[in-house]
Design a protein around this ligand. Structure first.
Ligand SMILES: Cc1cc2nc3c(=O)[nH]c(=O)nc-3n(C[C@H](O)[C@H](O)[C@H](O)COP(=O)(O)OP(=O)(O)OC[C@H]3O[C@@H](n4cnc5c(N)ncnc54)[C@H](O)[C@@H]3O)c2cc1C
Length: 407
């Protein structure tokens, strides 16, 4: 019987499991930690806008196995807090898992629109979707000739929309160039707001706009999508953009499992949690990552980000284990908030603080930092129990030393 059950094998769930295992080991406790996840891998979700997305995964067993966390491959379908049981469906059928402490870390999902043709939209929210987009792009040179063959429409100019639009400019060219079709490539960014990236801050906007100009990304602002068909994206102002590729990025919501707890949720479906990440009103249940509206510094609430999911996981796991052992729990704190937005072939942009002040650094430095985050900082160590447990300590931050730019 699992004493601590973690549901979800993303950043928050994986670090919750290792964080709990670390405290139990420190106290020589015999309690067990079990993680429930539908797939065998940690998906490096922040990289799914990049080319070759299938590579961005880490086998969970190489992180959990060395520190004694058991993994069950199944999808949780129900939570009964009165009976302290989670129901799950897996390859072996339906199962019921009791728990003493539960960490809900089932992440978030893109909210898909319902307009006609919405089924034709691609996205980069999950590994399957990102791989499907990659396969679609690679098949474009074999698609019938005609308008929009190498045009992609990206809907939503928020964080993910800007990253995939700027990246697609290069990815489409790489696909079309060997066939002498690079000059047919076009990326159109559609946004219902009058500006791109409002949520990314005023200061970053000129940098983003320059990057879009440099890469030739066309903006259609103040409009949304009315319908999509095989050959075009039809906008709300009546215009049709001939395009064989449409990518939806607008709107993310916390996992539906959050609705199964008798607790308050915010407008993103995230659970209200206290300073220890315990779900308010449900004492044996903790929430972490995109499922939790945790308090961040200076009265802010965490964002749905890897940056916040990782420390939340470590604290939630630690606190669930501390709670079980009757030890003092640690109030959640985060590193100061920063953002690093990829701008594809035009570099990247860095901001710091909740007011998103622009870091005036060379583009090459911002890009190097994005690469460091995506290719190294967010990856867990594997196969090495000592290093996994060291990094699972909530006092160890994600960021690594990186020399400040000179000149
Ligand atoms: C394209 C893209 C770019 C991004 N860029 C950045 C960035 O630059 N910086 C940043 O900080 N963040 C970024 N993010 C956001 C970041 O990826 C998420 O905030 C982060 O992954 C949240 O971690 P999580 O563990 O809460 O959820 P997830 O990583 O979504 O993991 C949830 C896990 O729960 C599992 N699960 C779901 N339902 C169930 C169920 N019923 N039963 C069992 N398991 C279940 C899922 O399979 C998954 O393994 C980006 C996201 C995307 C899509």
């Amino acid at each position: 019987m699992p004493d601590i059950l973690i549901v979800g094998g993303g950043f928050a769930g994986m670090w919750a499991a290792t964080g709990a295992a670390r405290l139990l080991r420190t106290h020589d406790a015999s309690a067990t930690v079990t993680l429930l996840s539908p797939g065998p891998d940690l998906v490096i979700r922040p990289r799914l806008y990049e080319a070759d997305p299938a590579a961005y995964r880490v086998p969970l067993d190489r992180v959990l196995g060395p520190v004694g966390v058991r993994r069950i491959e199944a999808t949780a379908t129900g939570i009964d807090t009165a009976r302290r049981r989670v129901t799950a469906e897996g390859p072996g059928g339906r199962t019921e898992l009791p728990y003493e402490r539960l960490v809900l870390a089932t992440g978030s999902a893109l909210v898909r629109p319902r307009f006609p043709g919405a089924g034709l939209l691609h996205d980069v929210d999950t590994m399957d979707a990102a791989v499907a987009l990659e396969e679609h792009l690679r098949a474009l040179p074999d698609a019938p000739e005609g308008p929009g063959r190498f045009t992609a429409v990206v809907v939503g100019a928020g964080f993910t929309g800007v990253e995939i639009a700027t990246e697609l400019a290069g990815r489409l060219r790489a696909v079309a160039a060997p066939y002498g079709r690079a000059d047919e490539v076009e990326v159109v960014l559609v946004e219902r707001d009058e500006v791109v990236g409002r949520g990314l801050g005023e200061a970053a906007r000129p940098v983003i706009e320059r990057a879009l100009d440099e890469l030739g990304v066309v903006r259609r602002l103040g409009v949304t999508v009315a319908r999509v068909d095989e050959g075009a994206v039809h906008l709300s102002d009546g215009a049709a953009v001939p395009a064989r590729t449409a990518v939806w990025t607008a709107g993310v919501r916390a996992s539906g499992l959050t609705a199964q707890l008798p607790a308050a949720r915010d407008e993103l479906g995230r659970l209200a949690v206290d300073e220890w990440l315990r779900v308010r009103g449900v004492p044996e249940v903790y929430a972490a990552g995109d499922t939790a509206a945790a308090p961040a510094e200076d009265g802010h609430t965490v964002t749905q980000s890897c940056q916040h999911a990782t420390p939340q996981g470590k604290y939630a796991g630690h606190n669930a284990a501390a709670d079980l052992l009757g030890l003092e729990r640690a109030p959640f704190t985060t590193d100061p908030y920063v953002t690093c937005l990829d701008l594809g072939g035009a570099g990247a942009v860095l901001t710091s603080g909740w007011d998103r002040a622009l870091r005036e650094v060379p583009v090459a430095y911002a890009k190097a930092r994005k690469r460091a985050i995506n290719e190294s900082w967010i990856y867990p160590p594997v196969d090495d129990a000592e290093e996994i447990l060291r990094r699972a300590d909530f006092r160890v931050g994600q960021r690594r030393p990186m020399p400040e730019p000179t000149g």
